[in-house]
Design a protein around this ligand. Sequence first.
Ligand code: UD1
Ligand code: MG
Length: 429
Amino acid sequence: MSLSVVILAAGKGTRMKSQKPKVLHTISGKPMLFHIIDEALKLSKDVTVVLSHQFEQIKSEIEKSYTNIKIHKQDTQNFPGTGGALKGLQLSSKRALILNGDMPLITQESLEQLANSTAPIAMTILNLKDPSGYGRVVIKDGSVEEIVEQKDCTQEQLAIQSVNGGVYAIDRELLDKFIPQINNNNAQKEYYLTDIIKIAKKNSINIEPIIVDAKDFMGVNSKLDLANAEAIMQERIKNRLMLKGVIMRNPQSIYIDCRATFIGETILENGVTIEGACEIDNSHIKAYSVVEESKIANSSIGPMSHIRPQSTILNSHIGNFVEVKKSTLNDVKAGHLSYLGDSTIESGTNIGAGVITCNYDGKAKYQTKIGKNVFIGSDSQLVAPVTLEDNTIVAAGTTVTENVPSGALAISRVKQKIVNSFFYKFFKK
Ligand code: UD1
Ligand code: MG
């Protein structure tokens, strides 16, 4: 059946206590709203996001990532609340699936339970030990009577543990009929979408309650909720990857961005962070290394290395305390304490301990090109822009300021002096 999906994201998100729009806070690297949009797009091509508070900012973020999302502006001045969000919204399908924009853990599968319902209205129910913050669902003789928001609850209602999941499937015809009937006679003086349940009941419309997994439908209202949702999302991501063949030592200590992809038998040691859309293929990332938006294949990284965005590291060994940025390395060894930025380094090259590419002069960034079979001695600085051709040697402690032609040695050192017995004179008592 054709389905229009509506995602409500126009609220102030007051409880988030943040300058940043609530729905743009990220879970595993992706804005909450985008997690929801991505799942919604698996069910329907017709997805509308309702915005108002911080309208321009959220709209422009959506437009940067999606071309096929409709945006509806809510008149929050006159019609605040989740019910106000749907005022004036024209939907093209006969059935609407309405989602809150603050439930980043929903999945296509969990939404399908609702989408497949043929009842005129289907709503989600979570059974929670601690129902605080959610709307309580009043059920009489097995049928849903109404949803009462926490702020409007009687003492008795506060104890109800069946709460509203905040996702509804509803015939568009009923939505068009009931939305204008919602009023704002409640503690928050808002138009509550949840009131359509009460109105439907009055009209003898059948409401199907669908009990769903509370983890999938968790609403994120505060930064505490955000951290709890993040923990669940991380567990999902890591479980999926381990079942696909990734080995993780102490997975609880590892963070992986939802956009990262893994191929083959990669090993991630404890404390590893994988940020952004990394692609990691058959590699060993050792303890406490951080990899950001980079491609790594058949390589070992760390412990305690930092691979910054736009790096490609193939068939290489990167040791401890090495920072790589926007560089391409293939069949390279950089074992200890280096900074390799804006560089390309080719096959058979060895980077000694403490080698630094001096890529920045305070104004602009410059490239360092290092060819094949280059041996760079420890504690050398390569002042960019500079090229070291194939089969060259840089002596330890050299500052390279000029290109090194193929086959050559570059050495820049002050000649060593020996002053005999100086120690005894200097420390004479
Ligand atoms: C809402 C439900 C509550 C349910 C809970 C589930 C209402 C009145 N209450 O409460 O029954 O248990 O979700 O998580 O619906 N929004 C708008 N326009 C507005 C106000 C809010 O689009 O004027 C959006 C928000 O951006 C948010 C969503 O609607 O994404 C839900 O709003 P929120 O304030 O988080 O509602 P809850 O109090 O969590
Ligand atoms: Mg909420």
